[in-house]
Structures are given as structure tokens and as C-alpha cells.
Design a protein around this ligand. Structure first.
Ligand SMILES: *[C@@H]1O[C@H](CO)[C@@H](O)[C@H](O)[C@H]1NC(C)=O
Length: 428
């Protein structure tokens, strides 16, 4: 059967060949190894193709970027590493064979030719903001596809690592925008014009999601050209915005930090007799300092913008440090026992009470003015005669209450502010 088939085929081919000749038209040879060899010889040797010479005065290249994965977006060292490929297409009219009248024989049955960057003219392209290699992009192993109308397609795959200035203000609920800048090297804008592929300049069709970063948006655009000594170089920008998936950081950073902040005011509820106050508030301070150093390990050491979380931590650390001093003072007062407190403290408290009274509140007073008419209101007498003078002991209890309130309000307000700032930005 096989043999029969081959014979039949041959007969048909011979028949077709004869038909072609009898009609007086040049025949159209089938694809064969020797046909391609002839084509190569004609294009590259007979026509003396020079890879150093660009095809026309101004070569227009269509560029598109396909992104496969985001390997790393490091906000501390401020770089983005992606895997993907750049597809570059241009026209080299020296390499076209679709018009049989211009070639020595009809090569139109050869659909594609393949060649390597070594033997062809290729545009010199660099990634301008690459962090580990700024040499021109070329991979001698990648074949270039040439079509019969002279278009050359070149796909440069690689791991592109570019500098990406990070915006740490909203860490850990942040989003980062990174740009891959592509420009020509050596050839100015008048010689090579980079143009975005009209179809899909930036392609995420084969993109694999990253565990930490979610692709939020992307765009590609022409940017102001790079100027150097009066020469301008064509430049393209590929921009991507990534949003951090926040669950990990909410559980490991925000949650413990906020909970620990509420430990600080509780020291004033701890009775002085227990003897634990000092130890407790120093432990909280230390725990905070440790957390602060863990977090600052993860954020870049830039002073361009400040992270709100760092401000919150700094503020809480300050509260905590001040509270150590205040606890020492209240403990001092507590252990002075029944000694009378200095009169200037009394004056301050009395003034405060009077203000409270003006606000229509009836407040028990600790001093000898009890029962007097203040601003037309009768104050209730709630104090026993012994408590007429304010002792240090009373003072320490009052201070504990007062500082508890102040600390509770301050911590709650700063925590709410932090959460509102982070969340509104995240949902914007
Ligand atoms: C480049 O893009 C332009 C406009 O979309 C198109 O006309 C041209 O054929 C493309 N060139 C190549 C080599 O693909």
C-alpha cells in the first residue's frame, strides 16, 4: 500500500510539473531542503546581507511584553523580578521572498526561515532600569522567525529584575507600582523607533498568580525619550500595579501590635501593693521594642516617605516609655502613705473640680471647700472628715485613674486612626 501511495504521489507531482510547463508559467517548487538552502544562499550570500547594516533609515519595531510570573517584589531592597518575554517585530525588506519576480526562482512555498541573532541585524534594546544587567538584550540561542514578506519576529525570554521604588506609607496594606523601561541603545530615535504592539502591548494571558502580590492593573505607554548629548532615544514604559494580599501581615503584624498597645494602660489598674507594676510596664516596653525592630527589618531604610505603622509603633513606644516614668511617680506617691500632698497639687485639683462643677456635674470634693456654694450650686458632702486633707496615698490612686483614662483614650484614638488610614487606602 505504502509503495503504491508513493508511486501515485510521484505520478501526480510529475503531472503537475508538466501542467505548469505546458501553460508557460514558471512552476512553483514545493518546499524542500535544497529549496530553502537556495533561498538562504540567495538572501544572505548572493545579496551580500550585512548584519551590521539596518534595513531602512528608520526601523519601526513593534514591542510587546508577556509576563509569566512575578518572582519577587521586594520592597526592602526595592526591586521587582519577573519572568517573561519581550516580543520584538520589525521589517527587513532585504529578507522578503514573497514576490517571485524579484527572486531568481519561486520560493513562495517556503513559509518561514529561521536564523540567529548573530547573522541578522537586530535592534539593540536594553532594560534601562534593570538592576543586575544593563547590557543589550540578546540571546544567541533564540531563533528569529522570518516571514516571506520580510517581517522578523524575535522573542527574548528572561528573568527581568528592575528597580522599583517602593511606597511604604501604607505597609502592610500597601500596593506597589513598578515600571519596566525599555529603550534603544546606540541607535537614536531617528534610527530605531520603538512602538507598542497595537494588539496587546502588555500581555497577562499566561500569568501565574503570585502568593503575596495580586496584579491590580497594568498599562503600557510611550514616555518622554531618554536624552543624551542632544540625541534622543526611543523609550517605552510597561507599568504594573500590585496589591499586597494582606492576610499574613494582618495576623502577624497588625493584630499583635494593636493588642499589645492595649496592655499599656492596664498597668494603672494593677494595684501598687502587688509590686508588679514596674515589672509589668517594663515588659510591655521591651515587647514593643522587639516588635518594632522586627517590623523595621521588613521596610526599606528610606526617608522619602514614612510608614504609618512605624509612626504608630513609635508613638506607642513613646507612650510606653513615658508610662514607665509615670508609674515610678505614682508608686513613689503611693509609698509616701498618709503624708499630706503638697498644696500646689491641691490647687491644681481644686481648679479642675471647679471646672467640672461649672459643667453642671456634682463632684465630690476632697478639700475644705466641701459644702460651699460654688457658682450657685450646692456641692454634696460625700467625704468623711478624715479625708479632708489630700494624702499622697489618695493622690497616687487619683493619678492611676487619671492616667488610665488618658492612656486608654490616646491608645484607642491612635489605633483607630492607624486602622482607618490603612483600610481607606486599601479599599480606594
Ligand atoms: C507593527 O505594527 C503596525 C501597526 O500595528 C503594523 O502595521 C505593522 O505591520 C507591524 N509590524 C510588524 C513587523 O509586525
Amino acid at each position: 500500500m505504502k509503495i503504491l501511495g508513493i508511486i501515485f504521489c510521484n505520478i501526480q507531482m510529475v503531472h503537475m510539473f508538466h501542467l505548469g510547463q505546458t501553460e508557460g508559467k514558471p512552476s512553483r517548487p514545493f518546499y524542500s531542503l535544497s529549496l530553502e538552502t537556495d533561498l538562504r544562499t540567495e538572501l544572505f550570500e548572493t545579496n551580500q546581507y550585512s548584519p551590521l547594516q539596518r534595513p531602512v533609515l528608520r526601523v519601526t519595531t513593534n514591542v510587546s511584553l508577556t509576563i509569566l510570573t512575578v518572582n519577587e517584589l521586594n520592597i526592602k531592597d526595592q526591586y521587582l523580578s519577573i519572568s517573561g518575554y519581550l516580543t520584538i517585530a520589525w521589517e527587513d525588506n532585504r529578507l522578503s521572498w514573497n514576490n517571485p519576480s524579484k527572486t531568481s526562482q519561486d520560493y513562495t512555498n517556503v513559509v518561514y526561515l529561521f536564523s540567529a541573532a548573530k547573522y541578522l541585524w537586530t535592534p539593540t534594546i536594553i532594560i534601562e532600569n534593570s538592576v543586575d544587567d544593563v547590557s543589550t538584550m540578546a540571546d544567541t540561542n533564540i531563533p528569529l522567525r522570518i516571514t516571506s514578506d520580510g517581517a522578523v519576529y524575535w522573542s527574548l525570554s528572561g528573568i527581568f529584575k528592575v528597580a522599583c521604588e517602593s511606597d511604604i506609607r501604607y505597609y502592610p496594606l500597601d500596593s506597589q507600582t513598578c515600571i519596566i523601561r525599555i529603550t534603544t541603545w546606540g541607535y537614536t530615535q531617528g534610527e530605531i523607533l520603538l512602538q507598542l504592539d497595537e494588539d496587546k502591548p502588555i500581555n497577562f494571558d499566561y500569568y501565574n498568580q503570585n502568593g503575596e502580590w495580586e496584579l491590580h492593573s497594568s498599562s503600557a505607554y510611550y514616555a518622554s525619550n531618554r536624552y543624551e548629548r542632544g540625541l534622543s532615544f526611543s523609550t517605552l514604559y510597561f507599568q504594573m500595579t500590585f496589591k499586597r494580599k494582606p492576610l499574613f501581615h494582618i495576623i502577624n503584624t497588625i493584630f499583635p501590635v494593636v493588642l499589645m498597645a492595649f496592655l499599656i494602660p492596664m498597668v494603672y489598674k494593677l494595684p501598687s501593693e502587688s509590686g508588679e507594676k514596674m515589672g509589668y510596664c517594663l515588659t510591655v516596653l521591651l515587647a514593643y521594642a522587639v516588635y518594632m525592630s522586627i517590623i523595621s527589618d521588613n521596610i526599606p531604610s528610606t526617608s522619602k516617605s514614612v510608614c504609618f505603622l512605624s509612626i504608630y509603633l513609635g508613638l506607642t513606644l513613646a507612650f510606653s516609655t513615658i508610662s514607665v516614668n509615670l508609674v515610678i511617680l505614682t508608686l513613689y506617691a503611693y509609698f509616701q502613705g498618709e503624708t499630706a500632698a503638697p498644696t500646689w497639687i491641691l490647687t491644681i485639683i481644686r481648679r479642675k473640680r471647679r471646672c467640672d462643677a461649672e459643667e453642671n456635674k456634682i463632684v465630690p470634693c476632697l478639700n475644705e471647700e466641701n459644702g460651699n456654694i460654688i457658682d450657685g450650686k450646692v456641692m454634696e458632702i460625700t467625704q468623711t472628715p478624715e479625708a479632708k486633707t489630700l494624702t499622697y496615698h489618695d493622690l497616687s490612686l487619683m493619678l492611676d485613674k487619671f492616667f488610665f483614662m488618658v492612656y486608654m483614650i490616646a491608645i484607642t484614638l491612635s489605633t483607630l486612626t492607624l486602622l482607618i488610614v490603612l483600610l481607606t487606602n486599601y479599599h480606594a
